[in-house]
Write a protein that binds this ligand. Structure first.
Ligand code: SF4
Length: 314
């Protein structure tokens, strides 16, 4: 609810902030149990920061993070740590997120041991089971990350996240660093695991094409704010926000008759240190009106489950 994460970039001689980067700036949404919520936006829109708030890597500057009815932001560090097990993350870069000095068996076993989930003599069996779940063989457990391809490393990252039986997994652009030919395999694996274990995902991605098959609902972020949320089918068939329309028009389609006219956005994304007044998208919006530069649109529900922040729908 109303989550914000601001980073102080510069202070004056009194130590007062003079430059603040508003990476996430008042974001409210919910994820239902068993659902995959896709979160999409360009680089720097705050989606990864939001994911890191959820897994306790960042403390929010403002707002509440409510998990199973409990406000985690009100807890002290020790109390919050007990929830860390329930919310895991699959990181974007499978090359940087695995310790190169540990075998993949040890990498997967580590969270099980740290959280005291199993007696030591049962950990090995569990590691082999998890390797099997992600499509890796038992004999590979004694190998090191550098002996694996990018796709296989991401499978190890998935097994590590699954090791503690989390309730929510934040998938932070898990396929963006992989070859296109491997991306579909990893997405299918995540989809199958969701069905098999009843997992809940926050699935972060750069473009709407990646989240299309895996998500039940999709949220679109721009410059630290959510601009649209809708059930998947509704968002892809009836996008309301001009930014969502532009993102959708960029997806390549096989059938040229189904292709939307490409919307080219002018200019670059403005700096989150000094965002435009009024609607943050106003400097690039092809439907902007005078009012858009003066007042910020309210994020409101325009049809069941479909929320949008745009003056055109107020
Ligand atoms: Fe465009 Fe105005 Fe809507 Fe913002 S509020 S998206 S500038 S039309």
């Amino acid at each position: 609810q109303n989550l914000a994460k601001h980073f102080v970039i510069d202070t004056n001689f009194l130590g007062k902030p003079v430059s603040v980067l508003k990476a996430v700036d008042g974001v409210s949404f919910s994820i239902n149990q068993g659902e995959a919520f896709g979160l999409v936006g360009e680089s720097g829109c705050g989606k990864t920061t939001l994911g890191k708030i959820l897994v306790n890597l960042y403390r929010p500057t403002n707002g509440k993070l409510i998990f199973e009815g409990k406000d985690l932001t009100g807890l002290n560090e020790e109390q919050r740590r007990s929830y860390c097990k329930d919310i895991q993350m699959i990181f974007q870069d499978p090359y940087a997120s695995l310790n190169p000095k540990m075998t993949i068996g040890d990498i997967i076993a580590e969270p099980i041991i740290i959280n005291g989930l199993l007696p030591r003599n049962q950990v090995e069996e569990r590691v082999i089971y998890l390797l099997n779940c992600v499509g890796l063989a038992r004999h590979q457990r004694n190998r090191y990350p550098h002996e694996f391809s990018g796709g296989q490393r991401q499978r190890v990252g998935i097994a590590r996240a699954l090791a503690v039986e989390p309730k929510l997994i934040v998938c932070d652009e898990p396929v963006s660093a992989l070859d296109v030919s491997i991306q579909a395999q990893v997405l299918n694996l995540l989809s199958d695991l969701k069905e098999e274990f009843g997992l809940t995902y926050l699935f972060i991605a750069h473009g709407l094409n990646v989240v299309k098959h895996i998500s039940d609902r999709v949220g679109v972020m721009y410059l630290g704010k959510l601009v649209e949320i809708a059930p998947k089918k509704e968002l892809y068939s009836n996008p309301l926000h001009p930014y969502t329309q532009a993102l959708l028009s960029a997806i390549p389609v096989i059938n040229p008759e189904k292709k939307m006219e490409r919307i080219i956005l002018e200019g670059d994304v403005p700096s989150p240190i000094n965002p435009p007044a009024g609607c943050r998208f106003s400097s690039r919006c092809f439907k902007a009106q005078e009012k858009c530069k003066l007042s910020e649109p309210i994020f409101k529900e325009v049809s069941p489950g479909h929320l949008v922040a745009c003056h055109l729908f107020e």
